[in-house]
Design a protein around this ligand. Sequence first.
Ligand SMILES: Cc1cc2nc3c(=O)[nH]c(=O)nc-3n(C[C@H](O)[C@H](O)[C@H](O)COP(=O)(O)OP(=O)(O)OC[C@H]3O[C@@H](n4cnc5c(N)ncnc54)[C@H](O)[C@@H]3O)c2cc1C
Length: 181
Amino acid sequence: MNLPKNHAIVLGAGIAGLLSARVLAEHFTKVTLIDKDSFPTEVCPRKGVPQAMHLHVLLRRGLFILQKLFPEIEKDLIAKGAVTMDWGKDTLWLNPYGWTPRFTSQVVSYTFSRWMLEHTVRQRVMAIPQVKIEPHAEYKDLIIDNGEVCGVRIAVKKNYKMCTEILLSIRQEKIVKPLNF
Ligand SMILES: Cc1cc2nc3c(=O)[nH]c(=O)nc-3n(C[C@H](O)[C@H](O)[C@H](O)COP(=O)(O)OP(=O)(O)OC[C@H]3O[C@@H](n4cnc5c(N)ncnc54)[C@H](O)[C@@H]3O)c2cc1C
């Protein structure tokens, strides 16, 4: 099917969703990120990503990919307090032969909270004019027409209650319906 490339819909606005939106913005005139969660303006955890409470480190390859998409991101992360970690010097590793010696390896990664990275990436993605986030919007179903995906069905929450059903189409604008599930 030859659909016009005017609207891409991304389900979930975590790191994967944000990076997908950044790439899709090069190819679509409008990109909508759907997420069931809300997004704090300050750097803090949110309900939708409970794994964020665990320790996170950004490996070199991840940083290279982020830098390709957002050339200023390393500066942003340092400004927000990213800490460098030398894998040889700053990690202690116990293996069957005992503790590994510590040495300066020059294999250096940044470490910070996952919510700080997501907040930084989100700020960069939200600065792209054609990208929009729909918070409090829970994905429910794909809309299939003639065997092709042409949109999504989402439930929108207000005051913690599901209140509206929206059919978000890649062909046209939103169609809002009263909730029927
Ligand atoms: C203990 C632990 C330690 C980790 N350590 C590291 C590490 O050191 N380095 C590293 O790179 N990775 C690490 N990871 C992995 C990393 O946390 C995940 O890979 C990453 O958070 C996944 O991001 P994501 O955007 O793909 O998905 P998620 O963060 O899960 O985002 C999914 C998004 O989708 C939304 N969503 C879900 N369902 C719906 C729905 N029905 N409708 C609308 N929206 C919806 C959620 O609100 C959320 O915003 C670790 C993970 C764990 C558990």
